[in-house]
Design a protein around this ligand. Structure first.
Ligand SMILES: C[S@@+](CC[C@H](N)C(=O)[O-])C[C@H]1O[C@@H](n2cnc3c(N)ncnc32)[C@H](O)[C@@H]1O
Length: 162
């Protein structure tokens, strides 16, 4: 498969997982976290599909499209492993949905970062909250959810806080 096809399928999987998760958290109050602002495309999509939720965004720096830059009080700038505990202290364990998309081409470092982030993400989620991730997240208190139809296992991941 060409890298273009693979990229397209990953983004389709991301969008399908986001839609499925938003439907599943309908009865759970709480905010949304976007780990990895990047260009701001997913943040923009989240604003569209979660119009009534607070959305907090994380990145080392802002490199997003000018229309997709969160307000300063909804932006955590710096290393996620530092800013996620800061968010927990400020906002409490009240996330209904977390999306994380911080992977790079270096699988070894992706796996290391995912192992560090998994318990932190679990720690900020409400019971019943959902995390959607580009990397596998394995930690106590996260249970895998079935992927939406058409999403190939391993392309994207969905877990529920139990
Ligand atoms: C693939 S991009 C995210 C794309 C984004 N979802 C979008 O729709 O444009 C990944 C982003 O994560 C950020 N990132 C990766 N590792 C990070 C870390 N350890 N701490 C903070 N930001 C990180 C990078 O700076 C980059 O902007």
């Amino acid at each position: 498969m060409s890298r273009l096809d693979s990229f397209i399928r990953r983004l389709q999987a991301q969008r399908d997982c986001l839609s499925a998760a938003v439907a599943q958290i309908r009865g759970i109050d709480g905010f949304v976290l976007e780990l990895g602002l990047g260009n701001g495309r997913t943040f923009d999509h989240l604003r569209e599909i979660c119009p009534d939720r607070e959305i907090y965004v994380f990145d080392r720096q802002v490199n997003a499209h000018p229309d997709c830059i969160p307000a300063a009080d909804h932006l955590f700038l710096g290393e996620i492993t530092t800013t996620l505990p800061q968010a927990l202290a400020r906002l409490g364990a009240n996330a209904a949905l977390v999306h994380t998309d911080v992977g790079t081409g270096d699988q070894e470092s992706n796996t290391r970062l995912a192992a560090t982030l998994a318990p932190m993400i679990r720690g900020i989620l409400r019971p019943g909250g959902i995390v959607i991730s580009d990397q596998a997240l394995n930690t106590a208190g996260l249970s895998p959810l079935p992927l939406p139809e058409g999403v190939k296992p391993g392309r994207y991941f969905m877990n529920k806080a139990v």
